[in-house]
Ligand binder design. Structure first.
Ligand code: ATP
Length: 310
């Protein structure tokens, strides 16, 4: 393994994502659900700093509740660092620092972004030059959403969410995100959806184990047309998130009343993403939601995946 270029400290930035579309099918025998989803990387970033050290350590800063982010090997960034070391035969450690901006357990893949950033940062720090394809494989081993955080942009995820295909989406999409202080658990939202469906007998006979993203979604993305995209945005997990957090229903209506084209719970929630017609419309929606007491952020997509800064 070439250890050609070593660095003193590396700063990598990786984006959070929203699910523009998320259809959940039946559950496979391994417990994972069949998915068809469209991810878009947005301009809300995690910053990961990697410095040389003998051991592995991790600190976290930013707008996070202490205790919500594990600082040991349960942390996806730490696992990413160890995986790079193990794969490349590196015997030293790393001091990782994560500056979080993506809400924890917010349905925006913050942990996955940290993992993708840590992969890139450690590869650069140790000069291991693993290359894009190995980094992609390591990302897939860390979690279904990690490869997307590595690549960024807009992409379709199928299978269990891990089969990733880049989608053509050249235009800019303006989103207003309303974040919540308290997160929601992804496994609990899937279990909640199963329960809701069992109650009404949906999917009982023939749960689809292979799903596709509707052509209308892909066409709207390709055209860079938020007006066409808005009516085709769907998230099957939304009903589970709303049942757990009924205030989300009101919030979805509030954003549309404030001028958004539509609103959707991102992933397993509770972050809500409002699609707006353009930057000015988004600024107005953001202002109105802030005035109503919400934490609202204006972001845009699509942005690139994990990148070394400076
Ligand atoms: P998912 O990617 O499963 O949709 P999410 O985006 O809703 O999750 P994350 O912030 O990624 O939420 O984290 C979910 C849980 O994973 C947290 O509650 C935390 O216990 C654990 N976790 C592991 N590593 C990290 C990390 N680097 N940052 C935040 N949480 C992490």
């Amino acid at each position: 393994m070439s250890m050609a270029q070593r660095s003193d400290a590396v700063h990598v930035r990786a984006p959070g994502k929203i699910n523009v579309y998320l259809a959940v099918g039946g559950r496979h025998d391994d417990g994972y659900h069949a998915l068809a989803t469209v991810f878009q990387a947005v301009s809300l970033y995690e910053d990961v700093y990697a410095s040389p050290a003998h051991d592995f350590s991790l600190t976290v800063s930013g707008d996070v509740d202490p205790g919500t982010v594990p600082l040991d090997d349960r942390n996806l960034a730490m696992r990413a660092a160890r995986l790079v070391a193990q794969t490349a035969g590196v015997t030293e450690g790393v001091e990782l620092h994560i500056r979080k901006s993506v809400p924890v357990a917010g349905g925006m893949g913050g942990g996955s972004a940290d993992a993708a950033a840590a992969l890139v940062a450690c590869d650069a720090l140790w000069g291991t030059e693993l290359g894009a394809s190995v980094l992609h494989d390591l990302a897939a081993r860390l979690g279904a959403d990690v490869p997307f955080a590595l690549h960024g942009g807009t992409a379709v995820g199928t299978g269990r969410g891990e089969r990733l295909t880049p989608a053509l989406a050249p235009g800019r999409f303006d989103w207003v995100l309303v974040t919540s202080e308290k997160g929601l658990s992804t496994p609990e939202m899937y279990a909640g959806l199963d329960e809701l469906r069992a109650r009404v007998g949906a999917l009982a006979d023939d749960p689809p184990l292979s799903l596709d993203v509707p052509i209308a979604v892909l066409q709207a993305l390709r055209a860079g047309d938020p007006l066409a995209l808005a009516p085709s945005m769907i998230n099957d997990l939304e009903q589970a998130a709303v049942r757990e957090r009924p205030s989300l229903d009101l919030l979805l209506a509030e954003g549309v009343q404030a001028g958004a084209l539509t609103g959707i719970v991102s992933g397993s929630g509770p972050t809500v993403a409002f699609l707006c017609a353009g930057p000015e419309a988004a600024a107005a929606v953001q202002e109105e939601l802030i005035a109503a007491g919400h934490r609202a952020l204006h972001v845009h997509g699509a942005v690139p995946g994990a990148r070394i800064i400076g």
